[in-house]
Design a protein around this ligand. Structure first.
Ligand code: TRP
Ligand code: SF4
Length: 402
């Protein structure tokens, strides 16, 4: 059973270096909006950083704080969201451990990011237990807060999908209520031998392996029964999904509309392409970066007409400037009526205007680390409180308490 009605949001980022405008337009602006409509938990996933950087942990703690500064500068607010660092809430590790007891290895091995990354990140030995468990640690991050929504990029959707399966399996193993299960068990044989057997095997396939088709088949099977009461039908439908007691609700991925932020060279903005504008880029450096951007290569001389479609500057205009400016660019470029230097100026002004308040806010936290740490400590304490509520239920369900 999913929890679409649950308005709690959880998301994290690995602390891997300063954020750029791609992160701002693609992720952070979404977070800033969401914090008004949902109860949000945002954290720096420092343990996730360790799964790939276990040999070089120096810098992770500093990067985590810098990441929090970037968020705060972008307008994520500690009064609207709970902001913290993963390792400051050790319940993430406890839940990860307990979930690891019931997680089939094959679920982790089949995650595409596992194989891809292991191949891509050459030069590092990623045949580790921690790296294989990366998505399960992410499941723990999400389930610990009983999140309804997880804003993530496309590449992370499989991790949220696995989290749903983990939650379902957990609820199936540890969430049964005695009376409910008994009445379901009594209802099953009423369907007749053949259907009862089918029901059992499909229920098992869905609950233990996450087989969605088996669920649909079993639901159709129940619908087609003529000889059992409506109450029994309802019971058996519920029993299929094991919703008798939902200890860990299933979250939904909320796809951040891939606002494809163009970089300085026209490719997607990305650290690995070296084409970024930093969220805290200083004014002079920012101006220089835009001034030296490549333009339509056909415009060698001022008198050569150009084609904005072949120019990375135009792509940025589409993100940053208004319709009137767009017309001015199109007209001036195609008629060779203006030079590229002129064309870039309104863009420089627009990006400067966007970044100015961000820079100012960032400075405040850079210069007052004590204040930043207070925010992080308060966030971690608030997160711990929620985490403990969940862990109490989890420990009880797993019979670790008398
Ligand atoms: N794996 C995510 C990424 O690389 C970061 C992350 C860790 C996360 N835990 C999470 C995202 C929990 C959402 C929810 O981007
Ligand atoms: Fe690009 Fe503007 Fe120069 Fe045209 S005028 S090539 S759009 S920078």
């Amino acid at each position: 059973m999913s929890s679409q009605t649950n308005s709690r949001v959880v998301s994290g980022m690995r602390p891997t270096g300063m954020l750029h405008l791609g992160h701002y337009h693609g992720v952070l602006k979404n977070w800033v909006e969401m914090q008004h409509d949902y109860e949000c938990f945002f954290f720096a996933a420092d343990w996730h950083a360790l799964t790939t950087h276990y040999e070089t942990p120096q810098g992770i703690a500093e990067s985590s704080e810098q990441l929090l500064i970037d968020w705060l500068a972008a307008g994520v607010s500690p009064s609207n969201s709970t902001l913290f660092i993963q390792s400051h809430v050790p319940q993430h590790a406890e839940l990860h451990l307990l979930l690891s007891m019931m997680t089939p290895l094959s679920w982790l091995e089949r995650i595409p990011t596992y194989k891809d990354q292991k191949k891509k990140l050459t030069g590092r030995d990623l045949t580790t237990y921690g790296f294989l468990g990366y998505p399960l640690l992410q499941s723990a991050d999400i389930l610990l807060y009983r999140a309804g929504l997880v804003p993530v990029g496309e590449d992370q959707v499989v991790h949220v999908e696995m989290t749903r399966e983990i939650a379902r399996r957990f609820n199936h193993f540890y969430g049964q209520e005695a009376g409910f299960a008994e009445s379901c068990e009594q209802a099953i044989p009423k369907m007749g031998k053949k259907s009862a057997k089918l029901y059992r095997s499909q229920r098992k396939a869905f609950q233990e392996q996450g087989d969605g088709e088996a669920l649909l088949k079993a639901q159709a099977l129940i619908d087609s029964q003529q000889n059992i009461s409506i109450a029994d039908k309802e019971r058996l439908l519920g029993y299929l999904e094991g919703v008798s007691k939902m200890i860990l609700p299933e979250p939904q991925a909320k796809l951040t509309k891939a606002a494809k932020m163009p970089g300085l060279d026209g490719q997607k903005m990305s650290k690995s392409y070296g084409n970024t504008i930093g969220l805290r880029e200083e004014p002079d450096a920012l101006t220089k970066k835009i001034k030296t951007m490549p333009t339509d290569p056909a415009r060698i001389r001022l008198t050569d007409p150009g084609d904005p479609e072949k120019c990375p500057v135009w792509q940025l205009h589409q993100v940053y400037t208004d319709d009137k400016t767009h017309e001015w660019v199109q007209e001036g470029c195609r008629s060779a009526g203006m030079g590229c230097v002129d064309c870039k100026q309104p863009l420089i002004d627009a990006v400067q205007a966007e970044l100015e308040p961000i820079r100012v806010r960032a400075k405040r936290y850079e210069n007052d680390r004590t204040y930043l740490r207070t925010i992080i400590n308060e966030g971690s304490a608030a997160a711990t409180e929620v985490a403990n509520e969940t862990m109490d239920d989890v420990r009880k369900a797993m019979q670790l308490y008398q």
